[in-house]
Design a protein around this ligand. Structure first.
Ligand code: SF4
Length: 341
C-alpha cells in the first residue's frame, strides 16, 4: 500500500485528483498529518467518512514503533525504529542550546563503505522513502512532546545516493503547511557524490551542504573513503566551489580526526591550502572508536592544535561537541548491536 507521507503537497493534490477527490483536500490532510500529527485517518474529522474510508483502503500512515531507545546523561536520545517491513533504522536526537536537532537516516544500510563508520558492517538493503524520512521527525516529536528545530542528514546512508526521496522529504519538512522547518535549519551531509552536488545546487533549496572530507590527499582519502576513487578531491572541491557560486551558501566540511592518521600539522597545512578563499567552515570531529574499527580518537591536545592552526590561517574551524558518548552515538552502532542480540 502507498504511504500517504511519501507525497509532498503538490504531489498529494495530483494523487487525490487521480482517485476522484478535490485537490484542496491535500491541504486538509497535510494539516492533520503535520500540524495535528494524527496517527489514524479516522482522526481527520473534517473529511467525510466516505473519504476517510477511501484513504484507509488506499494508503498507510507508516507510523513507526520504537524498538529501542537509549538516553544519554547529556540528553541525547538514540532511537531504533521499526520501519514495518522487518527492518530497523536509527535516528538520534541531540539537544543543543539553540534547539533540538535530529540526525535522520536516509537508507537502510549504506553502500559507501567509509572505513571509520559503524554502518560499514551493515549491508545496504534499500533506500528509505520520503515518508519514512519524514516519519523519523514525527515519531521523535511525538515521543518528546516537543518540536524539532534542526535536521541533519547524517544518520545511516548516503543522502545523495537516495537523491529524489531525500529532496522530496526536504520539501515536505520545509513546507510551511508541512513540518515547517526552515531550509536553513536542514543540513545534508555527503561523502562526496559529485554529480549530485551539482544537482543539489540547482534545486533552489536553501539547505546547508556538509561534505565529509576527512583527508587532504587522494591516497589517504581513498583509504578512508572508497567514494574518493570515483570522485577525487579535486573534482569534489570544484563541485563545492560551483555550489557556493550558484547558491551563495557556505559549505561545512566535516573532518574526523583519527590518531596518527590525519591529525598532524602537515594535514592542517594541506587543508588550509585546499580550502583557502572558499566560503566554508570546518567541523572537526573527534572520531568515535568503533568495534573492530581501524581508527582511534586523536588526543585532545592534537585536536586543539589542529583547530587553532586552521583558525590562525583564515579557515573558520570548530570542534564538534561530543554528544551521547555514553550511549552508542556513532552512526550505525545501536542498530549493529541490536542486530547481534
Ligand atoms: S559515513 Fe555515511 S556515507 Fe560513509 S559508510 Fe557511514 S553512513 Fe555511509
Amino acid at each position: 500500500m502507498k504511504n500517504i507521507k511519501d507525497y509532498d503537497l503538490e504531489e498529494l493534490k495530483k494523487e487525490l485528483s487521480s482517485i476522484g477527490e478535490k485537490p484542496f483536500r491535500a491541504e486538509q490532510i497535510f494539516k492533520w498529518l503535520y500540524e495535528a500529527k494524527v496517527k489514524e485517518f479516522d482522526e481527520m474529522t473534517n473529511l467525510s467518512v466516505e473519504l476517510r474510508n477511501k484513504l484507509k483502503e488506499n494508503y498507510t500512515m507508516c507510523n513507526f514503533n520504537i524498538l529501542k531507545k537509549q538516553e544519554s546523561s547529556d540528553g541525547t536520545k538514540k532511537y531504533l525504529f521499526d520501519v514495518l517491513d522487518g527492518n530497523a533504522i536509527e535516528t538520534v536526537l541531540m539537544q543543543y542550546h539553540h534547539g533540538k536537532t535530529i540526525c535522520v537516516s536516509s537508507q537502510i544500510g549504506c553502500k559507501m563503505g567509509c572505513k571509520f563508520c559503524a554502518s560499514t558492517g551493515i549491508k545496504f538493503i534499500r533506500n528509505l522513502t520520503s515518508g519514512e524520512i519524514v516519519e523519523q521527525v514525527l515519531a521523535v516529536e511525538q515521543d518528546i512532546g516537543d518540536r524539532i528545530s534542526n535536521i541533519v542528514f547524517m544518520g545511516i546512508g548516503e543522502p545523495l545516493d537516495n537523491y529524489n526521496n531525500v529532496i522530496n522529504a526536504i520539501r515536505i519538512i520545509n513546507n510551511p503547511k508541512g513540518l515547517n522547518i526552515g531550509a536553513r535549519h536542514i543540513s545534508v551531509s555527503t561523502s562526496g557524490i559529485v554529480p549530485k552536488i551539482y544537482d543539489l545546487a540547482n534545486e533552489n533549496i536553501q539547505c546547508t551542504l556538509s561534505i565529509s572530507l576527512h583527508a587532504t590527499n587522494n591516497e589517504k582519502r581513498s583509504s578512508m573513503m572508497p567514494v574518493n576513487d570515483a570522485y577525487p578531491i579535486e573534482e569534489l572541491l570544484q563541485a563545492c566551489k560551483d555550489y557556493i557560486k550558484t547558491t551563495n551558501r557556505r559549505i561545512s566540511f566535516e573532518y574526523a580526526l583519527a590518531k596518527d592518521n590525519n591529525d598532524n600539522l602537515d594535514d592542517a597545512k594541506q587543508l588550509v591550502k585546499l580550502l583557502k578563499g572558499m566560503l566554508c567552515h570546518v567541523n572537526l570531529i573527534p572520531i568515535n572508536k568503533i568495534e573492530n574499527g581501524a581508527y582511534t580518537k586523536s588526543t585532545n591536545e592534537n585536536i586543539i592544535k589542529f583547530r587553532d592552526y586552521l583558525n590562525e590561517h583564515g579557515i573558520v574551524a570548530t570542534i564538534r561537541r561530543e554528544l551521547g558518548s555514553d550511549i552508542d552515538a556513532a552512526c550505525g552502532q545501536l542498530r549493529r548491536k541490536n542486530l547481534k542480540e
